[in-house]
Design a protein around this ligand. Sequence first.
Ligand code: MLT
Length: 258
Amino acid sequence: MEPQALAFEERGSGPTLLFVHGFPLHAGMWKAQVAGLAKTATCVAVDLRGHGMSDAIGVEGATIDLFADDLAATLDELGTDQVDLCGLSMGGYVALAFWRRHRARVRSLILADTKAEADSDEAKAGRDATAKLVTDEGLAPLWEKLRGVLLGESPSDEVVARAGEIILSTPPATAAAVALAMRDRVDSTPDLAEIDVPVTWVHGAEDKLMPIAGAEASANGMKDATLISIPKAGHLSPLENPDAFNDAVRAHLARVRG
Ligand code: MLT
């Protein structure tokens, strides 16, 4: 399948900071980052293939590697050589694939509420069930399942509403295809020790889907990585505590820029 340039929101000036959303979300999850960090960087938040305003052509059968190649095609269109790349959860899987496939274009990585490991057999079976669920019944039952685990201990009504609004806007065919793409992603753990750019793992302290201890262990095994914990936030830390998340990004970029 051919890589395609993606829809994106762009704001700010300075070196490009590229945001990649999680599953089953879209670029709108980065609203507070794009607004809050525009004085620090040129913030570009993409809608992955089939999400938000991006074309859905080729979403069926898409892979995490193809999503990474779509990022490269988007940078080509923007005329941008190198980026600081921030991916949340599935966006982190894409960021790690992008490093494998396009590493010369990566100035640094922010890995938010994500992990390097591939799916276990049990998780793979869960992906098949998710694909069937959304195909048969749409996103509503998936959101019902996710709302208790995606957010921290006491999310505000506003954050719950925003997460639900974004998730329920995702086309079922996209969610089904992406569940299978995540099922089939490769293990990125062997890459961790090889990554030679500055890395910050940013993780909600209350993340129930991917407990923060995993991110800490991953950061410890890398050449130049640090971990920043986001208080009062679960898996969707940029939405749940945007001020702390944005401070973490500023600290990361200050480190990168020396
Ligand atoms: C995400 O937030 O992108 C998903 O939780 C990732 C996953 O299901 O592995």
